[in-house]
Design a protein around this ligand. Sequence first.
Ligand SMILES: [Zn+2]
Length: 142
Amino acid sequence: MVYLFCGLLGGAILAAICTPLFRKETTLESAIIEETQWDLLQRKKEVILGNIQDLEFEYKCGKLSEEDYQKIRAEMNAEAAQVFQQVESLESSADLDALIRREISARKTRSNSVTQTSCPSCGSKNPTTNKFCADCGAKLKP
Ligand SMILES: [Zn+2]
């Protein structure tokens, strides 16, 4: 009875793991546009940790041989270590403030890249739709 339960649950989990794998390409692409690199790594981390949990569950249910378990677990560990390292280097290389500033300016440039005008007073970039400079408040156009 317990084995049957484990088997059913294991199958459901396996389906849940595999479904996002097939959709990965499109969702990842849109995620890159919507999210920062840090967001992305955090999510990747959660997915990997979830996969490890599922793997352990299946192993405990007896669905995996010791050999398979060790092999897959090692692969997952390596993947997790890689992501942890990426997160760490991202957080330590630049302080988070600098990272946030960089992301914000990247987004600003992305959305305003076509229509920007320099302020005649302070020289900062403003969208051409602005009548006044966002930085110093000077009138942008006569
Ligand atoms: Zn200005």
